[in-house]
Each structure stands twice: as structure tokens, then as C-alpha cells.
Design a protein around this ligand. Sequence first.
Ligand code: GTA
Length: 322
Amino acid sequence: CAMAEAPPVKRKREDEDGDGNGGAAAAPFPLAELRLRRVLRESARDKAVFLHGEVTGPSGEGTDALVILEKTPFQEEKLLDLLKKHTKLELRMHNDIYKTYHLYPPPELSEIKTTVVYPATEKHLQKYLRQEVHLICETWEDYKNITLPYIQSQSFSIQWVYNILEKKAEADRIIHENPDPCDGFVLVPDFKWNQNQLDDLYLIALVHRREVKSLRDLTAEHLPLLRNILREGKEAIMKRFGVPGSQLRIYLHYHPSYYHLHVHFTALGYDAPGISVERAHLLTDVIDNLVLDSMYYQKRALTFALQADKELFKRFQEVRQF
Ligand code: GTA
């Protein structure tokens, strides 16, 4: 393949501080000073809340921040500590043999996973806002005429991906690397996984080559790359975490949020965000489709959900007049 080329189009940058890894990002985030602007979304199922906050700078100017607070799954090896070291057990309800309590754990056993995007763009905030969604069936023509121009002008910065590939960030977290510039990739724990328990295991494989944006760009030429990701990814996860390939859900998103080809590896028993039929494409199926027809993803229509106020949805709406 062509060596890891620069992306064909210049994407609009959201972070303006060089590699996106210094500047404001290097300082500790001033959580206590955060002014809460609004709750973007709450999820009782995921036990997570998505917040739009504002950090006030020294001269009084406000900068938007996205903060995700999320309760983490239980860690089996800490259960005994939880029972023994709890600070209070408060009876809430009693009926015959049935009782419910509130258990108050010590601080070290009650952490809340906190994800911060700062400074956050309007697009970041929009992404997490709960909104009406609609299914769109995108033909190859639609992709070329509507979607591609949109991706080329508006997609999220993928600086964080380049930082990982160039070892400027998360270098100590790399689980496996195949350094081949054409058929190689880096496997790292996903942002969403704190690695404390295997129940919500989540890793991503980021390919070294830079010109493949998504499923739509794949042809039989990419089969060696995809097969490497499948085989080596499974082997590396088995070796490091003891989870066999048969218990992994390995898939690509269409559409992804970040247009640099990557593959998700999640625990089969975990309902990770983004595993619904209208978004996830199993890597084994993708490989098989490309074996059947090299141009499979340049021929078939792909269906996905779009938030009603997304720019891409509006562009489809204009053309289709629905
Ligand atoms: N290691 O810096 C990073 C990094 N970033 C910026 C993103 N990812 C990163 N991983 C590392 N370092 O799985 C990960 C993301 C994601 C993948 C990109 O890269 O965690 P994608 O391009 O297909 O985009 O994958 P996707 O799936 O939309 O990812 P994203 O941005 O996480 O969005 C997740 C969706 O799930 C959102 O729409 C959100 O509403 C929903 N969601 C539900 N629960 C959560 C939660 N607890 N945390 C985050 N999102 C959640």
C-alpha cells in the first residue's frame, strides 16, 4: 500500500494546541470550579450522566467542558473490602424476610469514572445531548455526494489517534502493535474502559495507514490488514487479559465518530454503547463480504441512525425532501 500518507483532506481542527496533548490538557482539570450549564443526558441503565460545564478563566471568559460521570462495575477482588470496610449500612425498607439498605463504602471503594473533554467544541456537546434519531439508508451515490463532502469539511479532529500511533500519548498503555505501515495497527484500551474489571472490557485497534476513513473505503486490498487485526488482536487480548476470542465482539462502526479506520473489541457479555444493529459491523462479516466482492462497500446501501439536528441529517433532508 501507499505508506502511511497524510489524510487527503485537511480536517477542521478542534484543538488548537499543537499535538492536542499539551496546553490546557496538561494542567489538572479544575472540577470544583466547574459551572454547570446543563445536563446533556442521564442514563439510569449506564449509571452515567453527561454534563455541559464551563470553566471560567482568569479574565472571566468561559470555556466549555464536557464531563461524563459514570459509576463503574464491581471489582470481584474488592467485594470483601466493601463488606468489611463500609462506613454505614442504612435500612431503607423492611417487609417480612425482605430488606433493602443503602450501603456507604469508604472513598477508595466508591470511585466515579470521570471523563473530561476540555476545551469541548459545540460538536462534542451536541454528540452527547439526548435527541431524536432517524434511520438513514445511504447508497454509494449518497455517500459520494452527501456524506463524503460532509466528512471532509466537518469531522472531529483525529489528533488523538495520531498521538497514539506516534507514541505521543498513551504509549505505556499499548497492548499490542504490528508496526507494518500498511498492514499494521496499534491495540490500546479504549477511553471508556478503566481496565479494573473484565466485564466491560473494551479495546480499540487503530490502523497505521492514514487514508482509510471508514468501512466505505475498504476493498479486498485491505484484507491482510483486517485479518491481522482479527488474529493478532484476539491473541493479544487472550495473552494479556485471558479472554478468549470466542468471547469478544469485534466490530467497526458505521458511521464512526472518528474517521480513521479502527476496530472495537468488547466483551461479548457487555452491552457497550454502539453495538446496535444500525451501527456495528462484525469484523468477520466485513472480511467475508470483501472476499465475496472487493467492491462490496462501494456498492451496497448502509443504514444508520442520525440525530435530527446533525448537519449530516440536514444535508440528507435537503436532498431527499423528507
Ligand atoms: N484510548 O483519546 C482517546 C479516545 N477518544 C478520544 C475516543 N476513544 C479513545 N480511546 C482512547 N483514547 O470507543 C475511543 C472511544 C470510542 C472509539 C471511537 O475511540 O471511546 P467511534 O469513532 O466509532 O466513535 O469509536 P463512538 O463509538 O461514537 O465513540 P464515542 O466518542 O465514545 O461515543 C460513544 C457514544 O456512546 C456516544 O454517542 C455516547 O452518547 C454513548 N455513551 C454511552 N455511555 C457512554 C460512556 N460511559 N462514555 C462515553 N460515551 C458513552
